[in-house]
Design a protein around this ligand. Structure first.
Ligand code: TYD
Ligand code: MG
Length: 427
């Protein structure tokens, strides 16, 4: 090949250890939870998509971020959904009106690109990509073609001018990122804002990040004056550890790399229906049905003729099998109308045969349980790591797990109260 006289390429291959760790030019935002999810801050020349259902707080987070960045960088915030004075109104609420950032209301792609030309910012925020449109395309704003073409043009601009660009993308309730999903390959990072209106909790999840770890999760609380960082998430979900009525069991989830202690509540009441109700909030309904069937089959907890309500306190979702054991115990506790031992946590996956299986990172979860003040733990039998000062009940099956209930006396608590409260919470 060399004989044909082809010029040699210009690319050098270095020893891996000589490759610098992160050559990216980072702009730390100054909001710790956001910077962590980003992998240390915005990267110059990169494009970030911030997705989430309407009302989760995307505009709020970005206005706070824009204001924080404006201290040391040039920031242009373009709203394609609201007027500049509406943005100002939100800024007043957030207490950031004096921040040195530029705000514009624009919906035409040429106008947005023109603003970048004119002000040459370090950071461009566009809220939202679904409401801008390129007049050179026939299709209407928000159509897949428009969203993709506008995002592509903004990404080219971002690379060419080394601007960190953040695009908001609305996600529908069904979870389809209709427009935005088609943008995932086009952008460098996709962050999703999660949370429901009934709760203050907001989780910011990195589902893709070329410049950081996907799976990283930031935790915020929506207040009357914007989003507050929550560094100790467990405290948000556990209030009174000493109140453990029947049907309550705690567990420790992993949200990204972080352990978070949560409370699961179950209520099982005799049903008058041919097929009893199974209603859940924050838990996977089919998982709850499976665990109820396991209890029915493997233990003497009679659940088949009962309506079952189960929920997680505080607006967080349990997606992990590690929550199985706590849910199972919460249900068993409600059926028996006996509380679990005080300050107990249960962590383990439950199999169809009723076996209790190991879960990832049990040690960190137990350490978190101890840190928040829990004192006993039901864990899979095969766990042989440290107890972190917790009294451990090692169990191999749900039958053994349910036996933990026998160590507590029955309750004479005024049940009516609790029942109505919980039914209202999940109904
Ligand atoms: P918003 O940022 O507009 O959500 P998105 O851009 O994702 O649609 O905020 C949504 C909700 O947050 C809105 O219902 C009002 C509430 N909110 C607060 O509770 N506190 C605040 O300080 C702000 C600005 C909004
Ligand atoms: Mg908004």
């Amino acid at each position: 090949r060399a004989a044909r006289g082809r010029p040699r390429g210009q690319v050098a291959a270095r020893l891996l250890a000589d490759v610098p760790r992160d050559a990216a030019n980072r702009l730390p935002v100054g909001i710790g939870e956001l910077d962590r999810v980003l992998g240390g801050g915005l990267v110059a020349g990169s494009v970030i998509l911030l997705g989430g259902e309407p009302g989760t707080g995307k505009s709020t987070l970005l206005l706070q971020a824009a204001a924080a960045l404006a201290g040391g960088h040039d920031v242009v915030y373009v709203s394609a959904e609201e007027s500049a004075s509406q943005v100002r109104l939100r800024a007043e609420r957030l207490g950031v009106v004096e921040a040195q950032l530029r705000v514009a209301a624009a919906t035409g792609l040429p106008d947005v690109l023109g603003l970048v030309e004119e002000h040459d910012p370090d950071v461009l925020i566009l809220d939202s990509v679904q409401t801008v449109h390129d007049p050179e395309r026939d299709s209407s704003a928000g159509s897949v073609v428009q969203v993709r073409e506008c995002a592509a043009a903004l990404a080219r601009m971002s690379k060419a001018r080394n601007v960190a660009t953040v695009l908001v993308g609305h996600v529908t309730k069904e979870g389809s990122l209709a427009g935005p999903r088609t943008l995932e390959h086009l952008v460098d990072a996709v962050l999703l804002m999660e949370g429901d209106r009934a709760h203050a909790l907001r989780l910011l999840r990195a589902v893709k990040n070329r410049f950081g770890a996907a799976g990283e999760v930031g935790c915020f609380e929506m207040t009357g004056a914007g989003l507050d960082e929550v560094s100790d998430a467990s405290r948000l979900f556990l209030d009174d550890l000493d109140s453990s009525p029947p049907g309550v069991c705690r567990t420790v989830l992993l949200e990204g790399p972080r352990p978070v202690a949560v409370e699961i509540q179950a209520l099982a009441v005799p049903s008058s229906l041919a097929s009893p109700r199974r209603q859940t909030n924050g838990l996977d309904g089919s998982r709850v049905a499976v665990l109820a069937a396991v209890l029915q089959r493997r233990t003497d907890v009679a659940i088949a003729n009962r309506d079952l309500f189960a929920s997680v306190v505080g607006g967080i979702r349990v997606e992990e099998p590690a929550g199985d054991l706590a849910l199972t115990l919460a249900v068993a506790s409600s059926v028996a109308d006996r509380p679990l031992p005080p300050r107990l946590v249960a962590i383990g996956e439950v199999g169809l045969g009723g076996e209790v299986r190991a879960v990832p990172q049990l040690e960190r979860r137990l350490a978190e349980a101890r840190r928040v003040g829990l004192s006993a733990a039901v864990v899979p039998r095969r766990w042989d790591g440290p107890d972190h000062g917790l009294h451990l009940h090692r169990v191999g099956s749900v039958t053994e797990a349910v036996a933990v209930l026998e160590s507590t006396p029955g309750t004479s608590a005024p049940r009516e109260h609790l029942d109505t409260g919980l039914a209202a919470a999940v109904g």
